[in-house]
Design a protein around this ligand. Structure first.
Ligand SMILES: Nc1ncnc2c1ncn2[C@@H]1O[C@H](COP(=O)(O)OP(=O)(O)OP(=O)(O)O)[C@@H](O)[C@H]1O
Ligand SMILES: [Mg+2]
Length: 426
């Protein structure tokens, strides 16, 4: 091989290796400023211009991010200049071999001359048709870079563009996420405040309606007052659900977890719904087995709330048959060290739940039939709240069901193993 040709090959090979090293470093770089600095280093060891710089579009103008050999005064004077409009769909490199001959630089010529710059190459940083910034190469003499040198600069620029675009995308995503979180929090706080504010006058309405109910007004006036009273109570229940739910969403929901008497809580829960079940001629009963060997851990008021919703649902969605509340030590935990759990099941012989609907059941505002709200009442918050309550108590909730046959809603709570005689300690 002639000597000159072999020298050229060697130089090219060195350039390719330098470019490869640089691209590996660029991909690993943690931030955009680091990437720009790597590009400057890469261009120095390959094209070797007298000076160079990377500028990125920030707040609608080109800003210096990394540079080599440029004075503060020069950077301040030329920052913002761009040979392309910001909307240019296909910006191409602009090579100016002699700045003194370039009409487009006439306004900046004194600055350029004072800096000692004579030749400039503008290489656009573009990603998916969007101008992101520019890569600048400067020579102190009149110089026309070869097409290969310009192509090499473009290759480096495209590496930088990919990483800059990725960082920008990640920053945009983070900002969108922050906005969504803030909006959700604002919505939650609004709901919490509103439901709290509405609760106070509701209590007045319900209180006086109940006095009027007790006054046993004659005829239809008595009916009307009873309707005001029961509607007020239904509304208060919804308000309480919304208030609880928004507190949970905001992470401001408090509960006291301690050992408690599960059997008594179950009896209380059932007795509240017995009149409703009796009115529908549904047999509602409790079936407790072996609970005396474990004491459940939780907040009894919140367990009652979960029971109220699960039993309420079971009665609501059952037209004939039975609703059984079963409680026992969870299977597989008996004899296990320190990991006991109690399992409570609410089993009904009601309308059941289609298999494809079970997955979304515990999400808020989920009701299976579109006519459920009208037909059965409710807002679809009960199960979403129940799930959060159970999870806050360190438990788990779930359901098995068959459409038309009935459902079994269950939840498990942590329990500690105790001797039978401390059964009612809580
Ligand atoms: N035991 C059940 N049998 C059949 N379907 C049920 C049962 N429990 C819940 N569902 C279905 O799940 C939906 C959601 O129940 P959830 O308790 O969350 O809301 P809701 O009872 O409709 O309203 P809310 O509890 O807010 O008053 C119900 O609307 C119903 O479609
Ligand atoms: Mg419900």
């Amino acid at each position: 091989m002639p000597r000159r040709k072999s020298q050229t090959v060697h130089r090219r090979l060195a350039q390719v290796e330098a470019l490869q090293r640089m691209s590996e470093q660029i991909v690993r770089a943690a931030d955009v400023d680091g990437v720009c600095q790597l590009a400057i280093d890469g261009v120095r060891s390959t094209i070797a211009p007298d000076r160079s710089a990377v500028l990125l579009l920030r707040d609608g103008a080109m800003r210096f991010v990394a540079w080599q050999g440029l004075s503060d005064g020069y950077r301040a004077a030329v920052e913002g200049h761009s040979p392309w409009s910001l909307e240019d769909p296909d910006p191409q490199p602009v090579v100016i071999p002699d700045a003194l001959d370039e009409p487009s630089l006439a306004g900046l010529i004194d600055v350029v001359r004072n800096e000692g710059v004579r030749s400039l190459s503008f290489i656009p940083l573009v990603h998916e048709g969007r101008l992101l910034g520019k890569f600048m190469l400067y020579w102190d003499e009149v110089y026309a870079p070869s097409p290969d040198e310009t192509r090499l600069a473009q290759a480096i620029a495209s590496h930088v563009s990919v990483v800059v675009a990725r960082h920008k995308h990640e920053a945009d995503l983070q900002a969108a996420r922050d906005r969504a979180v803030a909006a959700t929090r604002a919505k939650g706080e609004f709901l919490a405040t509103m439901s709290h504010e509405i609760r106070t006058p509701m209590n007045g309405i319900i209180g006086f309606a109940s006095l009027l109910v007790e006054a046993r007004l004659p005829g239809e006036h008595g009916e009307w007052v009873r309707t005001i009273y029961t509607s007020g109570q239904a509304m208060l229940r919804i308000l309480n659900d919304i208030l609880d739910f928004s507190k949970m969403e905001a992470g401001r929901f408090e509960m006291e977890i301690a050992p408690f008497d599960l059997e008594r809580t179950l009896r209380d829960g059932i007795s509240l719904l017995t009149p409703l079940a009796a009115a529908k001629e549904i047999d509602l009963h409790l079936d407790v087995l072996g609970l005396n060997r474990a004491i459940a851990q939780g907040d009894p008021a919140r367990v009652r709330q979960v029971l109220h919703n699960l039993i309420g649902n079971a009665v609501k969605f059952t037209h004939r048959g039975t609703v059984t509340v079963r409680a026992r030590i969870a299977e597989g935990t008996e004899g296990a060290e320190g990991g006991d759990r109690v399992r409570i099941e609410v089993v009904d012989t009601g309308i059941g739940i289609p298999a494809d609907k079970i997955g979304s059941l515990f999400e808020r505002f989920t009701q299976i039939g579109t006519s459920d709200a009208r037909h059965y009442g409710g807002t679809g918050l009960g199960l979403a709240i129940s799930r959060r309550l159970v999870e806050l108590m360190g438990g788990e909730i779930g359901v098995t069901s068959e459409s038309g046959q009935g459902s079994c809603f269950w939840f498990e709570l942590p329990a500690s193993r105790q001797a039978a005689d401390v059964r009612h300690a809580a």
